[in-house]
Structures are given as C-alpha cells and as structure tokens.
Ligand binder design. Sequence first.
Ligand code: GRF
Length: 185
Amino acid sequence: MKIGILISGRGSNMVALVDAIKSGEIPHSEVAVVISDKASAGLEKAKERGVETLVIQRSGRTREEHDAEIANALRKRDVELVCLAGYMRLLSKDFIHAFENRIVNIHPSLLPAFPGLDAQRQALEHGVKITGCTVHYVNEHLDAGPIILQKAVEVRDDDTVEILSARILEQEHKAYVEAVRRIAS
Ligand code: GRF
C-alpha cells in the first residue's frame, strides 16, 4: 500500500507511521511521499528517514488549485492512502472526492466531542475526566467522518494543556499505527 502523508508542522505522527513501516509493524506498505504546505520540522525528520519530501505552498492560489497540485503529486506516485498528520488546512471537496474513503486523519479528542482547533484545551475547559484521540476517515465535514479507532486518555485535576496534550500524543502515535496497520492488512 502506497501512503502519502500530509503535514504542516512537527510531524511526530508522521514519524510514528514511517518508523512503524520501516520496522515491519505496518506490513505491505511504503511511504511514497511526505508533503508539507510549508517548510517544517517534520519535513526534516522525513528526509532523515530517507522519505521523499515536497513543499507545496498555497502561495496566493485558491484552495482548489493548491489541492489539485497536491492530488497530482500523490497520483504521480500511485498513492492509495492519504494520511493527514497535523495538516492544518481544510481540504477541498474535489480533493476529498478524488481520494474518496482513502483519506484518514488523527484528531486529539474522542470525536464527536471537541472537533476543530485546540481540542485538548476544549476538553480541559469543559471539565471532562476522559478524553483521548480518534483516527477517522475524512469526509466533507470537519472531523466528522467514520471512526476507525479511538484511544481513551485520563484527564487529571492538575493537567495543563501542554501536559494533557503530551499524554494524548503518546496514544495518538499508537492509535495511528494500529489504524493504518488494519487498513494495510
Ligand atoms: C496532533 O495532535 C494531531 O492529532 C493533530 O495535530 C497534531 C499534530 O502533531 N491533528 P504532529 O505534527 O503529528 O506532531
């Protein structure tokens, strides 16, 4: 299974996927390309691991034009599964339809609770005692596609956004690897 990963920043979920493929934990798969919409720390980590990287910037174009360039780059490499890993842009309908049921995302809450930005802060402010992360298919609605896998994480009384985010992130890496492993097999 050829995988394309879209990132915007740190890229720790991307690294978890690349490493799990290299170690054989995710079988029959290859990361064909990591694409970022800007220069990012994650891209350097992908390069260090010998994965092809591309920066495709939006730069004054419409969302549709930007997404079309990304879609072409993915098609050129025969990508069959698109993994969003901290990709901070909404995707156009055309892109989502071009890769229907072949785009997955990781989100740092137990969806449908706390979609959108700052999910960990939302969880703290709401006072929930359990939150977590969700791997889901991407459809036209924000953080709303069919759920593949979730992992629960305890919220502690003295948690800050940073501490809670770090606890969730550990589970994100496991959840994303497990979800892609299931899809691959
Ligand atoms: C993660 O918390 C992910 O759930 C969210 O954005 C963050 C990306 O982190 N969508 P990283 O770039 O994978 O380290």
